[in-house]
Design a protein around this ligand. Structure first.
Ligand SMILES: CC(C)(COP(=O)(O)OP(=O)(O)OC[C@H]1O[C@@H](n2cnc3c(N)ncnc32)[C@H](O)[C@@H]1OP(=O)(O)O)[C@@H](O)C(=O)NCCC(=O)NCCS
Length: 347
């Protein structure tokens, strides 16, 4: 019978080799690069140590549930919560109930257990445990070039034909529009961003607290990816920010809008940030912009800016423990702010 305990630094090596066995060599190398930042340097770590649970059988480590603690706004309250990530059970121990024990243990020790972008096996396990399922996280795409609508399985002539036929629409959608406020590239989130969070938080029924320490850790310090960040500034006051990066995919170049914050009622502010991203995407010669956004107000403004809703690949499931919520809470997600910048979705 396995015992579940908090992770100790001396477990690092055993976790590394278990990770390699479960997820493969490439994923293990990527995990090693991120690990220190992702788990040890999270400013929301309770008592300053990684919030990881391990399953031991005698001296052998047979499973882990690694989590990302965050402060979470739920209704008008703020609670401790954690994103679950990198859950694994040794291959020879799978399908014997150990995963379920790890999931339940995590859930018992957090104010809200949050899961984003799940594998088939963990999604099924969440379903089996009857966690509320609110996903998928809506995905929106804005075409920028005639290559935006290419499909890898279509023959080249068909891709060319579709590109030519849709070009007029793409040109209208992606035409340059004026910025309505000042946008400044930044390399550090200062206290003005914490003040922004405090001002706009009441617009959200559900959102991870985006204060300056969290934002610097999440978007400035990660070792595995480099983001561009811009602030929306009016008279010295920060009214919003956007985080993005460009990515080469097999089908072409994509600009990912990773995270965005502003008052959802500040249409000019949000549109200005979106227009800045348009310019950056064009300057990088991207074929399209892709983003994930849950808040109905942000999505409305994105559609107004030429984004289309497409099928999402990111499942979202969660359970609030620290405060009482009505079942309807999980259905009415229009004021929830969740993006690709949440959890560790952008790896
Ligand atoms: C996800 C994981 C930790 C679950 O651990 P486990 O010990 O196998 O899970 P349990 O035995 O407690 O629970 C089994 C339930 O999970 C689901 N499940 C687990 N593995 C599954 C699989 N390969 N396919 C479909 N469902 C699966 C089923 O609902 C299953 O219930 P059942 O056995 O009654 O059908 C484990 O499968 C694992 O390490 N997977 C590979 C890594 C991974 O995908 N991690 C998740 C990253 S988001």
């Amino acid at each position: 019978m396995a015992e579940i305990e908090r992770f100790r630094m001396t477990d690092r090596r055993a976790i590394d080799s278990l990770y390699r066995r479960v997820f493969g060599q490439d994923a293990a190398d990527a995990n090693r690069l991120r690990w220190e930042w992702q788990y040890a340097r999270n400013p929301n770590n309770p008592d300053g140590t990684p919030l990881i649970w391990v399953a031991r059988e005698g001296p052998t480590l047979v499973g882990q549930y690694a989590t990302m603690p965050v402060r979470l706004r739920v209704g008008a309250r703020e609670i401790d919560a954690s994103w679950g990530m990198d859950v694994m059970v040794a291959p020879e121990r799978q399908r014997r109930g150990l995963g379920e024990i790890l999931f339940r243990n995590w859930d018992q020790h957090t104010g809200a257990s949050l899961g984003l972008g799940l594998s088939e096996s963990s999604y099924r396990l969440f379903q089996k445990l009857q966690w509320p399922d609110v996903g998928p996280l809506p995905c929106l795409v804005k075409p920028i070039s005639r290559r935006a609508l290419r499909r890898p399985r279509w023959p080249t002539p068909l891709n060319r034909l579709v590109g030519a036929a849709t070009l007029p629409l793409v040109l209208v959608v992606s035409r340059p529009r004026p910025l309505l406020a000042e946008v400044q590239p930044i390399r550090h989130f200062d206290d003005r961003f914490t003040a922004l969070w405090e001002r706009v938080a009441p617009s959200f029924d559900f959102a991870v607290r985006r204060d300056a320490p969290y934002l610097n850790w999440k978007f400035i310090e990660p070792p595995h990816v480099r983001y561009s960040v811009v602030a929306l500034v009016r008279d010295g006051r920060v009214d919003g920010y956007a985080v993005y990066r460009h990515l080469r995919e097999p089908r072409g170049l994509v600009t990912l809008l990773i995270d965005l914050l502003a008052d959802p009622a500040d249409s000019n502010g949000v549109l200005t940030l979106l227009r800045w991203i348009d310019r950056e995407a064009r300057a990088a010669d991207s074929d399209k912009i892709r983003t994930f956004a849950m808040h109905a107000g942000f999505r409305r403004l994105m559609r107004r800016s030429g984004y289309f809703t497409v099928k999402s690949t990111i499942e979202f499931t969660l359970k609030i423990n620290a405060v009482e919520v009505a079942p309807a809470f999980y259905r009415e997600t229009g004021r929830w702010h969740v993006t690709l910048g949440d959890s560790d979705q952008d790896r």
